[in-house]
Design a protein around this ligand. Structure first.
Ligand SMILES: [Zn+2]
Length: 199
């Protein structure tokens, strides 16, 4: 049936490429677009073309910024310039920002090492991080995800920073807030007990 609707089929093929969009929802999303009134649809399309034209990566930290505005991190005089938190992606950065507990700068690598997906060291923003070591930075926080890819990436970045004088730290590992010991997996418990701290 869908072959008789080539325009709709083209939209479905585009939707298939959108990560996080479950394939069982593609027809529902397409239906939502079809039901949109003309003005709402034009507004939606304009927001996408504006995104393409106006939102760029900051040349220092690689976080997204408006083309004609400063970076909300690198150009904010209130941020602590002595510490840079290295994250895999922009959404990791915003997860940390939402916690309101960090006032330093960031560096977005643009992913994690994943040979199976064709992501090697050259695909990550590591050289631009090394260039930032010539500034006021005294501490680098490695805030990669605790996955095999994230840990391999953290080890690589730490190795690259070895010859610099910065202190390298990583996020604390252990029990999530509100959790019970009996439901904890073995590796989380292992990290919690081996990396314990003074009370
Ligand atoms: Zn920036």
């Amino acid at each position: 049936m869908i072959d008789k609707l080539p325009t709709l089929n083209r939209l479905l093929k585009q939707l298939q490429r959108v990560p996080y969009l479950a394939s069982k929802n593609l027809y529902r999303v397409a239906h939502h677009f079809l039901e949109m009134d003309e003005r709402a649809m034009q507004e939606f399309c304009r927001s996408l073309t504006d995104l393409l034209a106006q939102v760029v990566k900051c040349s220092q930290c690689s976080a997204w910024k408006e083309r004609d505005r400063g970076c909300s991190f690198c150009d904010d005089p209130k941020r602590d310039r002595s510490v840079i938190c290295v994250v895999e992606s922009w959404h990791d950065l915003y997860a940390l920002e939402r916690s309101c507990c960090y006032q330093g700068l960031y560096h977005v690598l643009g992913g994690a090492l994943s040979p199976l997906d064709g992501i090697g060291p050259d695909n990550l923003a590591i050289d631009s991080l090394l260039q930032r070591m010539q500034g006021e930075c005294k501490e680098i926080i490695l805030a990669m995800n605790q996955t095999p890819e994230g840990e391999a990436t953290a080890a690589l970045v730490a190795r690259k920073l070895q010859s610099t004088s910065v202190t390298i730290t990583c996020l604390a590992r252990g029990m999530p807030v509100g959790s019970s010991l009996e439901f904890m997996d073995k590796s989380t418990l292992h990290k919690a007990i081996t990396e314990r701290r003074n009370f």
